[in-house]
Structure formats: C-alpha cells, structure tokens
Design a binder for this molecule. Structure first.
Ligand code: HEM
Length: 494
C-alpha cells in the first residue's frame, strides 16, 4: 500500500517474462491457460509490433497508434472479428452483434444504434438507480471494517442493472441468479478451450470442460429465451403498445432503415444474451479495480467523497443531470480503465495480404489489438504503470487519445460506453460519499485476463461508515481485517 502522495501508486500487475527466463512451451501453455497476461514478455510492453509464433500460428500484436487506427478504423473491413472468438462465443451468443461480421453485422449495428438511442440513458436511469439502492442495502449489512469480496458485490449490482434496464427483471429472481452462475462457468471453460485451439488441440482433449461449456451456453439461452419469447409475443399481440420502457422494448420496436426489417425472436435472444454478458462483466471488473485502488489511495477517496457531498448533498444518489458534474469520479474511472481495461484483447483476422508495420500479413493471420499493453507503454504514458487520474484533466490523455481504447475505436466501438460511465459514476460517488474505503491486510489481487479482466484471488476491500466515529488515521493502522466470508444474505456468495 502506498499512502504517500508524492510517489504515484502502482497497483499490481504480473511481472513480464524476460528472454533470460523464457519458459518451455508446456509452461507457456499452462501460464496461458491461467491468463494471457502471464505470457507477456518485457519486449511486448516496448515494441511497436510484437510477433508471436505458437504451433505454427503467427500472431501480430501492433501497439503503434497509426497501425491501430488502420486496423480498427480506416481498414476495419479487412480485419473482421477472429473466427476463434466466434467459435468460443457461438454456443452462447449465436449470431450476436459481438461476433458477426460483414452485412449481417452492419444491419445489426444499425438496429442496435437506433434501439439504444430510443431507450435513452435518461429513460433507463431510474431503473439503474433502483439496482444501486438495492446494492446499498446489501453493503449496509456488513460490519464496519469487515473484509468484503467487492468483485462479487460489483458483479451482483451490474448484473442487476443490466437485467432491470434490458428486461425489466431484477436479479433477485431465481431465474436471473442461476443465469449469473452459468455465465461464470461458461467464461472459465471458454478460456481453456481457446488455449486448446491455439495449440491446435481438439476440444475433446478437455472433454469435461467442453460438455459443461456447451450445456451452460444452451441453458443460458433457454432461460433468457423464455423471457424474450413471452415479451415478444405480448409485443406483437398488443401491436407494439407495451409500456416497459426498457432496452428490449426499444429493440423490438426498431426497424432497420435500409432493409426495413426488425429483429425476429431468435435474433432478439442472440442480442440480449450478448448485452447481458458484455454489459455486466466488463463494468463489474472496472468497478472492482477502481474500489481496490481507492482502498489504497485515501486522498482520492476523500476527494471523491467531497465532490459527491458538494453535488448531491443529503441525497443517497445523484440525479441524472448531477452525474455530469462528477468530474473527479469520471477521471478516476477513466484512469482505472487505462490500467485495467476489462477487455484486454481485441482479436481480428486478416482477410487479405496487407502491410502491417513493414510486414506483409498473410490472409488468416491473427491480429491482436491489446489495450492492456497499449495503455501501459512507457513511450506514450508518463509513469505508465502508476495510477494518475489527473492525466484526464491535464491534457495528457487528450494528446494520447489514439493510445486509449478501453471501449475500442472505430465503427465497432462499444455501444454501451455511455451506459457504463453512468452506472460507474452512480456507484463510485455514492459508495465514497457514505463510506471510507480501507485495504484488507495481506490481500493483493492477481490480475488475470479471460473473456474479461478479473483477479484470480478475488478483490477484497473493507468499508467503514463515515458516521462510525472511527478517525481516518486509525483506518490505515488497524490490525488485519476481521476475515469474514462476507455478507451471508448475498445469494452471489453461496
Ligand atoms: C466498462 C464497461 C465496458 C467496457 C470496458 C466495454 C468494452 C468493449 C469493447 C472493448 C468492445 C469491442 C470489442 C471488440 O471489438 O473486439 C465492446 C463492444 C461492445 N460492447 Fe462494450 N464495454 C463495456 C460495457 C458495455 C455495456 C454496459 C454494454 C451494453 C449495455 C456494452 C455493449 C457492447 C456491444 C453491443 C458491443 C459490440 C459492438 C459491435 O461489435 O458493434 N458494453 N465493448
């Protein structure tokens, strides 16, 4: 822990491998199964392009601004989503906007853009607030200073937000709770299967994982599918005159201006399952890392609390309009996304012969855009591994905007960036306003990259109510936190 404000705080990251201690292929396979961050070499953080060869595959990882722009913006059609990603996601997502390419993706994107605009952040804001209020009730049931698995709590609240805003169905329901656990297992198995694929091994080498992976994908689709089938039937029977005010309703109501078609029931299931996955895992990851950092940075926590107090005073949550004034909270969230981008790799596949940094990339080559590496380049970012939210107000981030891509860039940029920022502001400002945040003794998270960036040993913090009477100085001198298995009321802990 570093409470010295002169030296910027460097939160944990896996030490890069060096050519001197290069592991064997078998060790690399095992490390890669753990997480792609654990197979990065020192040089990967420095070079403009890294080239990796695995079992005859060539993987290009460009980090230079110009190349990123070429791949994600100017020539994005030449670099569609990688077929391995499609392979890994298809049992769960079907033909969702996240894994399709070409004309299919273009039509889906038009409908989704219009649907999201129709649903409107302002309109779903009150549904978001309902879920955040429920989160506060759960946090209230912890004792002051008790160790909390904050990644579990953040997953709960973001899943709840997404279920309420998309499907008007709170996560408390048994159905939603089960879906959450199936998602977890699906992710875990996906990573193992992706590694098998990279090493040209068939999926049946890990038969158990394969069976569970397939089954979980089907079960999630069935669960969410049931809700959507009922809602779509009702929507058609009532000639579109339903009044849920959620994202599903907006999507059912949207016609593609070019093809004059709407999503059918199967297409709606594909998109909604994808929104659930893309929309809660990512936000939960970023919020957990932000709260971990704040637990080690009391100055920033206090500045956030003062801002919240100043802007929404006696209320528990800010109004929609007030969230736009939470500038410190915004900078802290953005800097967390730089150090811990929830999506650490954007995998693309070259379709034709094309030049990448002086190399001719053959069709079928994997091109990985890696925000984790790009965000930590010493060449670009000052104190690249350190937490310095002021770079988002002093012009540094503006100067380096081409090297900042937590939500990607170009035509396939994340649809939910505004949504994610809104929920993050609500959660960070309301937690810091009510609680001081304290680190948990002897706990250092171990970042791992799977479908999203998580910590192998979880993320723990402790909260102390501001009105508890415990002085601030004492918070950082206290004995090891009472170790507890968190809030037993929380179904996500079972
Ligand atoms: C902190 C939170 C989030 C982060 C960091 C994030 C990041 C990303 C990234 C990097 C991509 C591009 C992936 C690629 O091209 O390979 C993406 C795509 C996408 N995200 Fe997000 N996302 C977040 C939250 C959300 C939310 C809340 C939603 C919806 C409610 C959402 C919906 C989508 C969709 C639909 C796409 C696919 C866009 C397309 O391919 O056209 N995301 N996101």
């Amino acid at each position: 822990m570093n409470t010295n404000s002169d030296k910027p705080f460097e939160p944990p990251y896996p030490k890069p491998l060096t050519s001197k201690n290069k592991p064997s292929l078998w060790k690399l396979f095992k490390l890669g199964r753990k997480s792609s961050l654990h197979v990065l070499f020192e040089g990967d953080y420095k070079k403009d392009v890294s080239i990796t060869k695995i079992s005859g595959y060539k993987i290009f990882t460009p980090k230079d601004n110009g190349l990123i722009k070429d791949i994600l913006k100017s020539n994005y059609k030449d670099f569609p989503k990688h077929r391995y990603m499609d392979d890994i996601l298809r049992p769960l997502l079907g033909d969702s906007i996240f894994n399709t390419n070409g004309k299919t993706w273009e039509r889906q994107r038009r409908i989704m853009d219009i649907g999201f605009e129709k649903a409107g952040l302002k309109n779903v804001f009150s549904l978001m607030c309902d879920a955040v209020q429920q989160m506060h009730q759960r946090l209230d049931s912890y004792k002051d200073g008790q160790a909390i698995d904050i990644d579990v709590e953040m997953t709960h609240v973001t899943a709840d937000i997404i279920m309420r805003t998309i499907l008007s169905s709170p996560i408390e329901s048994d159905r939603a709770f089960k879906v959450f656990h199936y998602f977890e297992e699906y992710q875990e198995k996906s990573n193992s299967l992706l590694m098998l694929r990279l090493f040209r091994l068939p999926k049946w080498v890990s038969l158990r994982s394969y069976i569970i992976w397939k089954r979980r994908g089907r079960q999630i689709r069935n669960f969410i599918g049931e809700i959507i089938k009922e809602r779509h039937k009702e929507f058609i029977e009532k000639n579109g005159e339903t009044n849920y005010g959620d994202i599903l309703e907006a999507l059912m109501d949207t016609e593609d201006p070019e093809t004059k078609t709407k999503f059918n029931t199967k297409e709606l299931i594909d998109q909604i399952v994808m929104l659930f996955l893309a929309g809660h895992e990512t936000s939960a990851s970023a919020l957990s890392w932000a709260l971990y950092i704040l637990s080690n940075q009391p100055e920033h926590t206090e500045a956030l609390a003062a801002e919240a107090q100043n802007i929404f005073g006696q209320n528990q949550l800010p109004t929609f309009r007030e969230t736009s004034k939470l500038k410190k909270a915004r900078d802290i969230f953005k800097e967390t996304l730089r150090l811990y981008p929830p999506v650490t790799q954007l995998s693309r596949e070259a379709t034709g012969k094309c030049p990448v940094a002086g190399h001719t990339v053959a069709p079928g080559t994997t091109v990985n855009i890696n925000p984790w590496l790009i965000h930590r380049r010493e060449k670009v970012w000052e104190n690249a591994h350190a937490f310095c939210p002021e770079r988002f107000s002093n012009g540094e981030s503006k100067k380096n905007s081409g090297s900042y891509l937590p939500f990607s860039q170009g035509p396939r940029i994340c649809i939910g960036a505004g949504f994610a920022l809104q929920e993050a502001l609500l959660i960070l400002s309301s937690i810091t306003k009510k609680y001081r945040i304290k680190p948990v003794s002897e706990h250092t998270p171990d970042p791992i990259a799977r479908l999203t960036l998580r910590s192998l040993n979880g993320i723990k913090i402790a909260l102390v109510r501001r009105d508890s009477g415990i002085p601030q100085e004492k918070l950082f001198k206290s004995a090891p936190n009472e170790t507890s298995n968190s809030n037993e009321e929380c179904p996500f802990n079972k």
